[in-house]
Design a protein around this ligand. Structure first.
Ligand code: MF3
Ligand code: CO
Length: 289
């Protein structure tokens, strides 16, 4: 149903539709008529909502900064969990993973051949040569932020170093491909091509997601979409870019005992960085990293 031009805009800005999202909707409907998938209103955040997400991201970034200053050999992943818990709460936030679908901890810590969703434990002690992803997500004032970084413990092998670098670079490739009114698949394909060119593979089953009002929102951000496919990226959309890059094959499996941790099928290392971004009028803005 099309709103009247003098009706209040659906985005609740309080402005008339004609002054607010009418031209935006017209542009999307034209793309829809041309056969594209277009975002729902839920996927479009208002400037106030994006401000709220940024406030949440301030905590998210501070927690990861704190970890980067203290992580090292001899630290258990349980200690990382405690830091996340304490630092997040001291800034007024709530760790988003805690009790999320039954996840038992406040952060995910995934080492070496673990792809993601590793569960912190006092028994897992970081040692020289390990690479570890710390995936941190925060709720503040009802807004969600989500980002992750890789940490290299002491001296690591050149192979692992390259993997970690390519995983990081792939985010920049993805970020550059976020252009409003183009398809999400253009971004996914850019990331996938870059990873393949470097001799690695991208995990197919798990990816990024809309984020902000809920932890995981639409759209799902996979890396096997082809160019010209996937939802149109419109200004105001907020999602994560978080490709998981495997040194060997893309295949993965889930830990049967804990029901969470994902491993590489071939036992080779995997690396992942995650950023949360907002689509803008001329590209993308990083909200959390
Ligand atoms: N931060 C992870 C993500 O990027 C969280 C996964 S949910 C969990 O979506 F429960 F496993 F933590
Ligand atoms: Co995420």
């Amino acid at each position: 149903m099309k709103l009247g031009r003098n009706d209040l805009c659906w985005c609740k800005s309080g402005q008339k539709y004609k002054k607010c999202h009418e031209a935006f909707d017209d542009r999307l409907w034209a793309l829809k008529a041309a056969g594209h998938k277009i975002p729902t209103h839920e996927m479009i955040k208002t400037p106030q909502q994006i401000e709220g997400i940024k406030e949440s991201a301030k905590i998210n970034i501070a927690v990861l900064d704190y970890i980067s200053e203290h992580i090292g050999a001899g630290i258990s992943t349980e200690e990382i969990n405690t830091w996340v818990e304490e630092k997040t709460r001291s800034m007024g936030g709530i760790p988003a993973t805690l009790n999320y679908n039954g996840f038992p901890k406040s952060v995910c810590t995934s080492l070496n051949n673990e792809v993601c969703h590793g569960i912190p434990s006092p028994d897992i002690i970081l040692k020289e040569g390990d690479i570890v992803n710390v995936d941190c997500s925060t709720i503040y004032n009802g807004y969600f932020s989500d980002s992750s970084r890789m940490f290299c413990i002491g001296k690591i092998s050149p192979e692992k170093k390259r993997l970690v670098e390519v995983a990081k670079e792939s985010l920049n490739v993805g970020l550059k491909a976020v252009k409003p009114w183009t398809c999400l698949g253009d971004m996914s394909a850019a990331v996938n091509d870059y990873v393949k060119e470097n001799g690695y593979t991208v995990v197919r089953e798990i990816g990024g997601h809309g984020c902000g009002i809920e932890f995981h929102e639409e759209p799902w951000v996979g890396y096997t979409f082809s160019r010209g496919s996937g939802v149109i990226m419109a200004p105001g959309m907020v999602f994560t870019i978080e490709p998981m890059i495997n040194m060997g094959k893309a295949d993965i499996y889930q830990d049967e005992e804990n029901g969470w941790t994902i491993y590489t099928e071939d036992g080779l290392p995997s690396a992942q960085w995650e950023i949360e971004i907002a689509v803008t009028e001329d590209g993308a803005e990083i909200l959390s990293y």
